[in-house]
Design a protein around this ligand. Structure first.
Ligand code: ATP
Ligand code: MG
Length: 142
């Protein structure tokens, strides 16, 4: 089934000038970009986006990090996109991520781990709407 997932190139990815390399990898893995923007989140927006983690000890640091510089939210489309994307990015902790995954290759820590990815169809739908209106998504890539 063709699916959509919400990806974010996090502020560490942008700071390291790795936007192009990561997008190149997504394209090579067969994902089509159907929406993309560059935004600097304020702490309220970052906190709302990661509200599911609001009681975790790392929440404050996560929100500070996610609002520390611009990031690149994008919507990716592909057969089985949600699961396949999570395989390409690897485990949350780069120290535990498989060889060749984006987090293993480029991430510095469990917090500053380069990329976000939706973890299920319902969260993907919510997260895509969080960043993109339907007008901002390309329906037919041609
Ligand atoms: P994401 O939701 O960003 O794709 P994930 O699904 O792999 O990441 P989550 O458990 O949803 O991992 O955590 C969200 C984010 O919070 C992580 O990507 C990371 O930036 C940060 N984070 C998670 N666990 C920790 C931790 N123990 N210490 C510091 N930061 C953490
Ligand atoms: Mg998550």
């Amino acid at each position: 089934m063709v699916q959509r997932t919400l990806a974010i190139l996090k502020p560490d990815c942008v700071r390291k000038n790795l936007i192009g390399k990561v997008i190149k990898r997504f394209e090579a893995e067969g994902f089509k970009i159907i929406g993309m923007k560059l935004v600097k989140l304020d702490s309220n927006t970052a906190g709302e986006f990661y509200a599911v983690h609001k009681d975790k000890p790392f929440f404050y640091d996560l929100v500070s990090f996610m609002s520390s510089g611009p990031c690149v939210p994008m919507v990716l489309e592909k057969e089985n996109a949600i699961e396949d994307y999570r395989k390409v990015i690897g485990a949350t902790d780069p120290g535990k991520a498989d060889e060749g995954t984006i987090r293993k290759m480029y991430a510095d820590s469990k917090e500053q781990n380069m990329v976000h990815g939706s973890d299920a169809p319902d969260t993907a739908e919510y997260e895509i709407k969080y960043f993109f209106s339907s007008k901002e998504l390309v329906e037919n890539m041609g």
